[in-house]
Design a protein around this ligand. Structure first.
Ligand SMILES: [Zn+2]
Length: 828
């Protein structure tokens, strides 16, 4: 912050110096210019070259000036670079052409509506599931014993002949987990890692048709797509056609499943799916979520309704994983709690071990599995923490190594009901170097060739996409054939709160960085409002030639950009609050920038909608027709309410209802006069209340007041009211009773409001209306009793505040974890 201020000051100083010298140069240039154009021919040669030099010099100054202005703009607002993806990256120079969809109607997105979905949680509950998560928590001992090589599990044994009649099918699924921001910003990760991963992918998958790869984050994929040529794009399409590359989930990000509203989850999924449909003609079939911190059935429902049939989840409490492994319920149909039938069922694979990295995905023993992560070969940048490195596979060791790996595969398969096994192969930002592709794919191909050419091993191992695995799984269990009994158990419930070990519960992130969690919700409502208003305005624009000045294309881009910034923030290190500080500022700047743009779209769309005579429409971006009722000055600043200057001339106040229902609600705005009154559209004065705006416990603002009134709003509609200052304003003035309890500072009031100051309360402190009466504690001010007036019953209430300390252990509460030192202590 300090640094950026210094840069700003320095930049401004340089800017001033340049402008001043530029001015001087122009000033002098004028002296040197011929007084009359007729004298041009008689200009001495020497003077001409001097003039030429001066013009050159001026041009250089102008260029420098432009650069300085752009630097200042960048350092002060820090917007254009971080928001308009691709400017930093030379490969993605054309976001506006490639990334944004033209203003053309999309293919109609018709989704079937199941009648059952419209029934709200019936009283009788759900159809019985085989596994109900609420019951599982009662069964688990949460004792966390040492499980041996599989620390959080148990010893796995098998009979060598188990696969004699039905071979083990192994699908090794290479993947690269790309966080759209965490330790680096989205753009920096893209520049340093992601673009290289995707570029190498195109080359390396083409080398051998047996090679497979999956990708999930469309935010990255679309940014990369914008910067590649048509030849590369064709190669990608071919890889998808040949099922070597599969797009999994297809969301803008791999979204967090605890903090976002379901609207946001759907919105980021639509953004990704629309992009895929328009650019690749792809509809994802399987979900892939290896890193979100706990899993929600809402996500399962959204995926199912988005046309996906299968999904994979990973970060689940270790005790649940162990329990499910022992019962062989790691693969199940996930059903909504309220579903009376089976229409919400989606086939779900839960990964059994600690992590999605290679040491924890081939089988139960990480020391063995790590030796099959060929990026960790000796001499590389990373090694195995279990101190046994991988060996390159060659003729001399392939038999032994294949056996070691097959043993892990067999043990892992014992945790599932079928002989179809999924083995992910990847980690964070893997496959960025070309050599890593060779190391993994070549060594594994040697192992697979060996395994597959030895029938006595009863195994078929291959690279696979996620859908290759699920197709084989469905085939082996005949679950897609009608009348076949369900092979997998049905599960209902959720997988919160996640713990990866001991008492490390990941509930800290539920409340990390609350400022940005709130900003996301504000952007969400603005985005929804802007989309509806823009669509309504667009209907008028298309009908009327008088509205052609309306910036349809420009605002469409702003809406798309806002949806993408909003979608980006649903990432499991963004809305969770677990990214580094500078990454948080990057997200905040994107949200803030889009909020500003959405306000612009809202203001311009409403302008079109409220104009009675469309012929008078003029689009002037420097003088917007409306201003919004609050202003946020920076990405990390709190919004301030706009104070409306009310005079004798009525001022219009337009209120928008983004809901599909008619609403009657209290609307409050700030005004500069206590003599304000509110008129409805018919010009009739309506009931209003003027209240003080408090600037502290005992100070009222001397020049700002709040006017509140009941507004009636049509569904998805606008209502116009008017504010006017009037000597005989009939608005009701609020009255205040301030309990000073012996404090010396008196309430500062300008006499407009009646203020009753109480040193001591002799009677109960109560608030009441015609429905209820509330009683508060005289000492703490907290609610103690509620009396309902219709039945006369009194209900005692206890409100308290507790605080938690943090442990003395090495691991402490933080952005991710909530690790208290014991029970909460009452503090109020
Ligand atoms: Zn992640």
């Amino acid at each position: 912050m300090k640094l950026s201020r210094q840069i700003t000051v320095l930049g401004s100083a340089i800017f001033c110096v340049v402008i001043f010298s530029l001015y001087l140069m122009l000033d002098r240039g004028q002296f040197d210019q011929p007084k009359s154009p007729h004298r041009e021919g008689g200009f001495p040669k020497g003077q001409l070259s001097i003039l030429q030099e001066k013009i050159d010099h001026l041009e250089r100054l102008l260029a420098e000036n432009n650069e300085i202005i752009s630097n200042i703009r960048d350092s002060v607002i820090n917007l254009s670079d971080s928001v308009k993806d691709g400017l930093k990256n030379p490969e993605a120079i054309n976001i506006s052409r490639g990334s944004f969809s033209p203003l053309l109607p999309s293919a109609p997105a018709l989704l079937p509506i199941n009648k059952e979905d419209c029934q709200f949680a019936p009283v009788s509950g759900s159809q019985k599931s085989d596994v109900q998560m609420l019951d599982v928590y009662d069964i688990l001992p949460f004792d966390n014993p040492d499980g041996g090589v599989w620390k959080q599990g148990f010893d796995i044994t098998y009979d060598e002949h188990e696969w004699d009649n039905e071979i083990l099918q192994v699908f090794l699924v290479p993947h690269s987990h790309n966080d759209p921001g965490w330790l680096k910003t989205f753009d920096d990760y893209f520049r340093d890692q992601t673009q290289h991963i995707l570029n190498n992918m195109v080359v390396k998958l083409q080398e051998d048709k047996q090679r497979k790869f999956i990708w999930s984050e469309i935010s990255y994929f679309s940014k990369w797509w914008d910067g590649i040529d048509s030849q590369k794009r064709d190669a990608v399409k071919k890889l998808i056609d040949q099922q070597q590359l599969e797009i999994v989930t297809g969301g803008w990000v791999m979204a967090d499943e605890a903090s976002p509203h379901y609207f946001s989850l759907i919105d980021q999924l639509i953004e990704g799916h629309q992009w895929l449909e328009k650019n690749l003609g792809v509809k994802p079939k399987a979900g892939w979520a290896v890193d979100p911190f706990g899993h929600s059935p809402t996500m399962a429902y959204i995926l199912k309704r988005s046309g996906l049939s299968n999904m994979l989840i990973q970060r689940i409490h270790y005790s649940i994983k162990k329990h499910f492994a022992s019962k062989k319920t790691l693969e199940f149909f996930w059903r909504q709690n309220w579903d009376l039938g089976s229409s919400t069922d989606i086939l779900c694979h839960m990964m059994p071990f600690y992590s999605y990295d290679v040491p924890h995905t081939c089988g139960p023993d990480p020391k063995i599995c790590c030796q099959f992560d060929f990026k960790r070969l000796p001499g590389g940048r990373i090694s195995c923490p279990w101190r046994v490195p991988p060996e390159p596979i060659h003729e001399g060791n392939v038999e032994h190594r294949a056996w070691m790996l097959l043993d892990q595969y067999r043990k892992k398969s014992k945790l599932y009901r079928t002989k179809v096994l999924l083995v992910p192969l990847g980690d964070d930002f893997r496959y960025s170097d070309s050599s890593e592709w060779d190391q993994q794919y070549q060594n594994y191909q040697k192992l697979f060739d060996y395994m597959n050419s030895h029938p006595e091993l009863h195994v078929k191992a291959q690279f696979g996409t996620l859908s290759n695995f699920f197709e084989a799984l469905r085939k082996t269990t005949n679950i897609d054939e009608s009348n076949s009994p369900s092979f997998f158990p049905v599960l209902s419930g959720d997988f919160f709160t996640y713990a990866d070990r001991d008492d490390h519960y990941w509930s800290g992130y539920f409340t990390s960085r609350p400022f940005y969690k709130r900003l996301e919700r504000v952007l969400e409502s603005h985005l929804r409002s802007a989309e509806i208003l823009y669509s309504l305005a667009q209907v008028h624009v298309q009908r009327s030639s008088k509205l052609q000045a309306f910036p349809s294309g420009e605002h469409y881009k702003l809406l798309t950009e806002a949806r993408r910034n909003f979608g980006l923030f649903q990432h499991h290190d963004a809305i969770t609050g677990t990214a580094k500080d500078w990454v948080v500022v990057d997200y905040g700047t994107r949200l803030y920038h889009s909020l500003m743009n959405l306000k612009k779209v809202i203001v311009d769309a409403v302008h079109v909608l409220v104009l009675k005579d469309k012929g008078t429409y003029i689009y002037n971006p420097s003088a917007p027709f409306f201003s919004m009722d609050d202003v946020q000055k920076a990405q990390d600043a709190l919004p301030q309410k706009t104070v409306i200057k009310v005079t004798g001339h009525p001022r219009s106040l337009v209120i928008y209802n983004p809901l599909e229902q008619e609403r009657t609600s209290v609307v409050s705005v700030y005004v500069n006069s206590p003599k304000s009154k509110v008129l409805n559209a018919a010009g009739k004065t309506i009931k209003a209340q003027i209240s003080a705006v408090w600037e502290g416990a005992t100070a009222m603002s001397p020049d700002t007041y709040q006017v509140s009134f009941l507004a009636h709003l049509p569904p998805l509609g606008l209502a116009v009211y008017q504010l006017v200052e009037s000597r005989d304003a009939e608005s009701v003035k609020a009255e205040y009773t301030v309990f000073t309890r012996g404090r010396s500072n008196k309430v500062l009031s300008d006499g407009i409001f009646h203020v009753n100051e109480l040193d001591n309360i002799v009677t109960d402190l109560t608030i009441e209306n015609s429905y209820l009466k509330l009683l508060f504690s005289q000492t703490s001010g907290l609610l103690e009793q509620i009396k309902l007036k219709d039945d006369g019953k009194t209900h005692n209430v206890k409100v308290g505040f507790t605080w938690y300390g943090t442990t003395n252990n090495r691991d402490k509460s933080g952005a991710y974890l909530f690790l208290p030192d014991g029970d909460g202590k009452v503090c109020l």
